[in-house]
Design a protein around this ligand. Structure first.
Ligand code: SAM
Ligand code: SF4
Length: 513
């Protein structure tokens, strides 16, 4: 359990953090160990002058050049060069944008087929020493009730989610000594131990990704041993000045480099799957695309592996958080589509996460542009799945969601759009992570594993959790997939695949390739 075991009273928050917490904050960062050794000549990899210069110098490309870049992305599926990305970002012609959107969809289908991975967020604690101007959980926000779930409460939340059919969670925590790496480790162990009865088999959480504040190498090693899935930390904005403006300097998050290099530390700690991201609305979205690209390239250069996922939440309203309404870089729906398409073409093998922050009509439009993961049935209040509260809901949330449809409805909706939802977590459990998974993706081998496992886990969901209506639509999806698999794999594998489907129908679970 956490080193500091006494909860902080709400009064303690405001301008008067207890000494123990201040000491904890002061001791968190050791620049030499934590980031300067990854820097080159004392500089980080976000050279703003160079980024803007690249964007400017690639302003007047001919349609021919734009099409050459699109063709390169389609034929090689290699990461694009900064000049090429900048060229795409500068396109003005709407017809060319249509071609970019189509190409992005094509790249997604070539690498990930018609699969969408799904997950649910589990917010464990909103105690936070951060004071990010845009966030409902910032320490100065008095309207939010502070709570850290006990491990029993975490178990209850996980049981409810497993009972809905979820197999993957992303846990989320404010930054605080009471939700430090020890607490995170305890929550992961608790969640992995959950098992609930379902119609024919059982429900369990097989992969827990974590979205939390940056950590040290030792802390990340501890989480790796427990079986952390992807470790996600969003830089929020790569623009130094904006970063410092929205993250006050008397907070840990106020240190740009501690955050910028947290994925370097994670990879060094052996946490192979790292998730980067930006919070759209803080600064120019074109700059942020270049920032994500530079981040991916630096990780590749120093560790031989790029980000496992990229996230790009758009700012959402949050209780008593006027910054959001006033933000001048808010990204329009049209630009959001452009952002997604260019990122898809620029880093073809990275998973791209779209969350329920976005409303249904946007999700419908952008999923075909390259999204590989999305959530359904999400609640982001602390203890929100077990609590049947409604009135206080807004008070306890970090921001407001745009789409509150449940998992069953989401799966049906995606099936009707031609997608199969994958609950597969086999790759990670068989060690197909980091550089290994990137190699398998690039040679097309992972695609076959993923397809087979997607169908098997989809079948589990239909048997155990789906409504009658969803089951009908889902079985049609499975029939279509079986026909495709027949063409794709040797007879021996196909037979085994059919045998697994049959065994799942008879109540066996967790069969995978
Ligand atoms: N405290 C950890 C941190 O800051 O890294 C955990 C992150 S927080 C629970 C998850 C993410 O939510 C943040 O990284 C930020 O990008 C996003 N977020 C915060 N406020 C938001 C808002 N008003 N609208 C949309 N996303 C928001
Ligand atoms: Fe705290 Fe994270 Fe919200 Fe910042 S974004 S206030 S660090 S929970």
């Amino acid at each position: 359990m956490s080193a500091i075991a006494t909860p902080v009273s709400v009064e303690d928050w405001f301008g008067n953090l207890p000494r123990k917490i201040r000491e904890w904050m002061e001791e968190r960062i050791n620049p030499e160990d934590d980031y300067t050794r990854y820097m080159k000549d004392g500089r980080d990899f976000i050279d703003e002058h160079k980024i803007w210069k690249t964007i400017k110098e690639n302003r007047d490309a001919t349609p021919h050049r734009v099409r050459m870049i699109i063709d390169k992305a389609l034929s090689t599926k290699e990461c694009l060069e900064p000049e090429e990305v900048a060229t795409l970002l500068n396109v003005k012609d709407e017809e060319l944008w249509k071609e970019i959107f189509e190409a992005a969809g094509e790249v997604k289908r070539a690498v990930y087929d018609n699969r969408i991975v799904t997950f649910a967020p589990l917010y464990c604690s909103n105690l936070c020493v951060g004071n990010c101007l845009y966030c409902g959980f910032r320490r100065d926000n008095r309207v939010v009730k502070r709570k850290r779930l006990s491990l029993e409460e975490v178990r209850r939340e996980a049981e409810i989610l497993a009972g809905m059919g979820h197999k993957r969670l992303i846990t989320s925590y404010g930054e605080h000594p009471l939700s430090d790496a020890n607490y995170i480790a305890d929550t992961l162990k608790t969640i992995y131990s959950v098992r609930v009865k379902a119609r024919k088999g059982w429900g369990e959480i097989r992969r827990v990704n974590v979205n939390a504040a940056p950590m040290t190498i030792e802390e990340l090693e501890m989480l790796r041993e427990i079986g952390i899935g992807t470790f996600q930390v969003f830089q929020e904005t790569y623009h130094h000045e904006t970063y410092h403006r929205v993250h006050p300097s008397d907070t840990i998050k106020g240190n740009y480099h501690w955050r910028l290099y947290c994925m370097h530390r994670a990879l060094e700690a052996g946490v192979d799957d790292v998730g980067i991201g930006v919070l759209l609305g803080l600064y120019d979205w074109r700059f942020e695309v270049m920032g994500l690209l530079m981040h991916s390239r630096d990780l590749e250069e120093q560790f031989g592996v790029g980000p496992h996922t990229i996230s790009f939440p758009r700012l959402r309203p949050a209780a008593s958080t006027p910054f959001v309404q006033e933000a001048k870089y808010r990204v329009s729906d049209e630009d959001f589509k452009k952002f997604i398409a260019v990122v898809r073409l620029s880093v073809p093998y990275t998973g791209m996460i779209l969350t329920a922050r976005e409303p249904e009509y946007i999700r419908r439009e952008v999923i075909p542009l390259g999204i590989t993961q999305t959530d359904f049935g999400s609640k982001i209040g602390i203890g929100a799945y077990s609590d049947s509260y409604t009135k206080q809901e807004a008070e306890r949330q970090q921001f407001l969601l745009g789409d509150t449809r449940d998992l069953d409805e989401g799966i049906r909706w995606l099936a009707e759009m031609g997608y199969i939802v994958s609950f597969c977590t086999a790759g990670y459990r068989c060690g197909r992570t980091g550089t290994k998974i990137m190699k398998l993706l690039k040679t097309g081998k992972e695609k076959v594993f993923c397809k087979l496992n997607a169908v098997l886990t989809y079948k589990e969901y239909l048997e155990d959790f789906a409504s009658e209506e969803t089951r009908k639509v889902g079985e049609l999806v499975i029939q279509k997939e079986i026909e495709e698999v027949r063409e794709l794999v040797p007879e021996r594998v196909f037979k085994k695949f059919l045998e697994y489907l049959n065994r799942i129908e008879n109540g066996e679970r967790d069969l995978y390739f």
